[in-house]
Each structure stands twice: as C-alpha cells, then as structure tokens.
Design a protein around this ligand. Structure first.
Ligand code: BTN
Length: 280
C-alpha cells in the first residue's frame, strides 16, 4: 500500500480535503434552489442533535434543513448514540405536511434509496440499503437514518416529519465507540471527497422530491426497483419484531415497503423489525 492510499493515512495527517471547508448554508440553499426546492437552511457549529433542534425550533417554513459541524448527543435508532467527529455530515430535514402520519410509513426506504443514489454518484458505487434504515457498503455501515414524527394541532400542517441523516465522512477516534462494522467516504473516495454542503443539498433535494411526490406512491415505484438497493436480497435472516421472532429468507419488499421473508410457515411481511443476517 502506498502512502497516498487512504487506508495508510493516519487520521492526524494534515491533509487538505473538502472536510476542511466549513459547512455553508448559502451553498446548501443554492444547490437546493437549483433543483427547484426552497428550503430554510441553518448551519450550526455545535448542537446536541439536529433532529432535536428542529423539533425545538419551530418555523413556518414548509421545509427546513439543519446541519451541524458537530453533534454532542447525536441520536441513532432504538436509543443508540450516533457517534460522529467534528466536520462530519450530520443533518436533518423537517417537513410540515398536510398528510396524516400513517402516510409516512416506509419513508426510511425512500430516504435510503435517495442516499444510495447520491452516494453512488460521488464514488460509493456499492452503496446498498439494509432494510429498513441503514446504508451499507460491502456490509459496513456508511450512513444511518433516524425518522421522527409529531402530529400537529395546526390545521394546515397535520404532521411534522424530521428526517435525520448521518453519513460517515471521515471518521476519527470515535470509531472505537461504534459497535458494528463501519466505513466512511474517505475510505471509499480517498481525497476525492465531495464537498459536504453540496452532498447534503443533493441528498436533501432527492429526499424532498420523494416526500412531496407522496410517500405511498413513491414506495410503489421503489418496490419495483428494490433489487437495485437491497443489501439483504436472498439473505438468510433472523427477524426480531418484538413479539414475533422468525427465521427465513428475504424476498424483497412489498408495495408498502414491508420486508417479505419466506419462513417455514409461509411468506410473512414485517413493517418494523431488527434484522440479523445468519452465517451460511
Ligand atoms: C441510526 O443508524 O441509528 C440512525 C442514525 C441517525 C443519525 C443522524 S445524524 C443527524 C440526525 N441527528 C441525530 O441526532 N441523529 C440523526
């Protein structure tokens, strides 16, 4: 391995990469606008969690994006912590939408597909979605999604949806705290890292398109193309759905985004569960 290969670099090397360019609200705003979306953007140098910030700081904007250089209490799914270094990629998008909260079931799959499309475009050509919320590259986690909703009393906005996205950009010492196999864009793209503000805006624009098209409709079309994204295709898995635990083989998703698993008792569909891949 030569010194210029990313794997051989020490994280303390004084390498000039796009991660040294601060996040820029104007760039995020500009790139979203170029793609036809008006988004209120705020960039914070430090915040506990961009998801929490958007729930605590209401505005009338139909779409607001909060990105942070650093989160001090980044939150993951199931009460876990999302560890990220300074100058990472951590952001959330808040939508005030007229639809009922039930209309957003399966949204994480759409967000995962949007992430894959954008991450592939910047060099992570093997990015796949592990149902329901993770983006993996060769089994290692590159990105995670945390979607939270609240039902509003206001007549013109029935549901507030906050979509939080963390992308491992260039990990530092916090990697020791991550309890699963992980990777980052630096490992994948080397010094050809995308600009963080542009990456955020491009992912956000894709996500916005899916949400405003209507999640159920977008899911129906995603179901037909799921093979392009499915990290679990054909895998033997154990499904832990709380009261229901089964083993079987993954058969893709249905039109509502539920995971289909062929079990000894026939085909079963899950809308929410923890999935572990069984060693063959
Ligand atoms: C997971 O994989 O468990 C989900 C991780 C989601 C992390 C993102 S980072 C931006 C947003 N703010 C948070 O506190 N969490 C999400």
């Amino acid at each position: 391995m030569s010194d210029s290969e990313p794997g051989s670099m020490q994280k303390s090397d004084n390498l000039s990469t796009p991660s040294s360019t601060p996040l820029d609200a104007k760039t995020i705003d500009f790139v979203c606008r170029e793609q036809g979306y008006e988004v209120e953007v705020i960039v914070l140098s430090e915040v506990e969690s961009t998801n929490s910030w958007l729930f605590e700081n209401k505005s009338d904007a139909p779409i607001m994006l909060c990105a942070a250089e650093q989160q001090t209490v980044g939150r993951g799914r199931r009460g876990k912590t999302w560890h990220s270094p300074e100058s990472g990629v951590t952001f959330s998008i808040r939508f005030n939408r007229p639809e009922a909260v039930t209309e957003f079931a399966g949204l994480s799959l759409l967000v995962g597909a949007c992430l894959c499309d954008q991450l592939r475009q910047v060099g992570a050509s093997d990015a796949m979605v592990k149902w329901p919320n993770d983006v993996l590259v060769n089994g290692a986690k590159l990105s995670g999604i945390l979607i939270e909703t609240s039902v509003s009393a206001a007549a013109d906005s029935a549901t507030t949806v906050v979509i939080g996205i963390g992308i491992n950009y260039r990990r530092g010492g916090e990697v020791a705290l991550i309890d699963q196999s992980s990777t980052d864009l630096y490992e994948i793209c080397g010094t050809h890292l995308p600009d963080r503000s542009e990456l955020i805006a491009n992912v956000a624009s894709r996500v916005i398109a899916s949400v405003i098209d209507g999640v159920p409709q977008a899911l129906q079309s995603l179901a037909g193309q799921w093979g392009r994204y499915d990290a679990l295709a054909g895998s033997e898995v154990t499904v832990d759905a709380g009261s229901r635990k089964v083993a079987g083989r993954v058969q893709g998703i249905d039109q509502s985004g539920r995971l289909k698993v062929e079990t000894d008792d026939g085909l079963q569909a899950f809308s929410s569960a923890d999935i572990s891949v069984r060693a063959r």
